[in-house]
Design a protein. Structure first.
Length: 384
């Protein structure tokens, strides 16, 4: 059995992810699309960070404290503060790694004493702007502090900076591999020891490691030794906890926030395409959602009237372009009742039909939109 939840999310925000830049120039992360246009983007790592931070602030989960982390050995000396940071290997021996949704949902790498890599069951793409970037920026300086410091030092010049800015609609996808959540496989060099009733070992296999040869003296005599290795699979006992963990992730995505350079940006969806899939290949519409741009057109209204015995013609021009953004989704087959206003409860109820095994071996897609947004579906029109 294979079950997937796919969310294609469009949100509106401004300047969400900065590159290395320089001391006085703050540069947005950018990429060049196939047509040569330059777009800004928010990396999947930045999105994951905001998801974890938002979820903790909303009370949906707790992040691993510093006591549960370690430095990768072999790349840092004792007491050295360099080297990759990873979960403590002790979390694998007692199964506690499952206690933290950040490792269960988004994976990890532990290199000591045995390398363990968990591929993320929740895949996040970069969020790419739907309109090109034209290198808008602003010039800023903390003139208030400089003026106050001038009273103390006489004359002080503020340190001005240039900050790139781009307000746009962004789009990204989240793919959730439902049946891998709440279950973790790992390789251990000693027997596991469960100290919690919240999870269990559902599989354990004893393996033999590679043979090692050790010279005892200068003679040809060598001693061959083997090391026991265990392949262990942990799982959360309560299936309800697994469903709750997935629902909490969806709730966070629906109310996602990102703090960046003193701003609190709202990353909640203005358009959301949700697909649930069971025993069938999943699909995504991220590359089939188009933000429609209309050229501004005007209608002329001509009025003629007589003034002082002369005919006066008055011409009024009215715009026919709506200020509401319109999105066209290509190639999605949905009924009219499957396109509705965005409501958290409706979204959760929809994915619950998959989590509760009420869905047969098929796929279902629904489209949710925020008020103030136009949405249309085009199945017989090619994407421009």
């Amino acid at each position: 059995m294979a079950r997937f939840i796919v969310l294609d999310i469009v949100f509106k925000a401004s300047s969400l992810n900065y590159d290395l830049g320089g001391p006085t120039y703050h540069e947005l992360k950018k990429l060049r699309r196939w047509n040569g246009a330059i777009h800004t983007f928010v990396s999947r790592y930045a999105l994951r960070y905001s998801i974890l931070e938002t979820g903790e602030k909303m009370g949906y989960w707790k992040l691993a404290p510093c006591e549960k982390l370690q430095r990768a050995k072999g790349q840092a000396q004792e007491g050295d503060r360099k080297g990759p940071i990873q979960p403590n290997s002790e979390l694998l021996y007692n199964g506690e790694i499952l206690e933290y949704p950040e490792f269960d949902l988004f994976g990890y790498m532990i290199t000591d004493p045995i390398t363990n890599i968990r591929e993320s069951p929740v895949k996040i793409s970069h969020a790419i702007s739907m309109t090109p970037y034209h290198f808008d920026k602003h010039f800023s300086a903390n003139i208030g502090l400089a003026r106050r410091m001038a009273r103390k030092e006489g004359e002080v010049s503020p340190n001005p900076i240039h900050i790139e800015e781009h307000e746009a609609f962004y789009i990204y996808s989240v793919v959730i591999d439902v049946d891998r959540i709440g279950k973790i496989e790992c390789l251990l060099d000693k027997k596991p020891r469960i100290n919690s009733d919240r999870f269990e070992i559902i599989a354990q296999e004893k393996l033999l490691g590679k043979k090692k040869e050790k010279e005892e003296d200068t003679s040809e005599k060598k001693e061959k030794t083997t090391k026991e290795i265990y392949w262990v699979t942990y799982k959360l006992k309560d299936s309800g906890k697994i469903k709750e963990r997935i629902k909490n992730l969806i709730k966070v995505l629906l109310k996602l926030k990102r703090n960046i350079k003193g701003r609190a940006e709202d990353l909640s969806p203005v358009l959301l395409v949700v697909g649930i899939y069971k025993n069938t290949m999943y699909d995504t519409y991220k590359d089939r959602i188009e933000l429609v741009h209309f050229e501004r057109e005007y209608v002329e209204e001509i009025e003629e009237k007589e003034e002082d015995g002369k005919i006066v013609r008055i011409v009024r021009r009215k715009s026919t372009l709506s200020d509401k953004p319109e999105f066209v989704i290509y190639g999605v087959k949905v009924k009219d009742e499957d396109i509705k206003r965005l409501d958290e409860e409706e979204v959760i109820n929809f994915i619950s039909s998959l989590l509760d095994d009420k869905l047969e071996s098929e796929s279902k897609v629904k489209i949710f939109y925020r008020p103030g947004v136009k949405v249309s579906v085009a199945n017989d029109v090619k994407l421009k």
